[in-house]
Ligand binder design. Sequence first.
Ligand code: CP
Length: 316
Amino acid sequence: MKQFTSIIDVSDLNQLVESAVYFKNDPLVEPDLGKGKTLGLIFFNPSLRTRLSTQKAALNLGLSCMVMNFVSEGWQLETEEGVIMSGEKAEHIVEAAGVIGQYCDILGIRAFASFTDQEKDYKEEVLNSFIKYSKIPVVSLESATLHPLQSLADLVTIEEYKKKEKPKVVLSWAPHPRILPQSVANSFAQWMRQANVDLVITHPPGYELNTKFTKGAKIIYDQEKAFEQANFIYVKNWSSYEPYGQLLSQDPGWKITASKMGLTNNAYFMHCLPVRRNVIVDDEVLDGEASLVIPQAANRVYAAQAVLKSLLTTNF
Ligand code: CP
């Protein structure tokens, strides 16, 4: 694998999942694979899981790791080409990425959607500039439109807990007081379409995701109907794609409750975290036996290890 920005970069999905399981069985099985190499992790947005799990994965593989919160620690970054830099922005992404590429062997980037320009966000301007100018393999730590490290961990978790060959997996929108990106939902839909699952997406009208990621998935606007016979309920809020980045509904009727979970086939509850208790999901569900949120987050380490191994063995 040359880079890891979406499922399109993955040539053999089963092999990547098997690699994550291999590291889960023994996280220190290849302690020197990354010896002498440096992983740089650049964050333009907050993170708990992605930051710590990717650092842990690097440590397990013997990679050195450097982390930078770019917004609080770096210069204000210009991304426009041909601009006269007479304002507040002191550094251009061309030099910033080029320099980081000199210090690191692999680069992870987290850069969420700006919500100011749908076209720019969906062109992945920041991520693609780092790929272009750093000239080293890049891992998405969640971009404007996708979160592939999360999706790989989600798939590993579903493979681990599934009780039938082809489980019914429901991606459900739930309410949230703020405008959130579409990246986790886009990415989950994209990965589940490639996995051996029966994918159903449920959300209020107006929350349709970009069909580039959901094409072929069944969309059911009635949440309770969608939950029938489900084996996994994967919950996430996202803002609307059209019109872009809007909060169209905060309907509490879409919150995940124990009675809704009771409509499923003893489904597991999944969420990428962080989650707002009693807004997205009731405590009773989140703290219940069917909640996979902690093992799901644990799998982020092994997913990252599998991705880093693939990058190390392909590129060096
Ligand atoms: N799920 C996830 O990516 O968590 P963080 O935003 O805390 O990294």
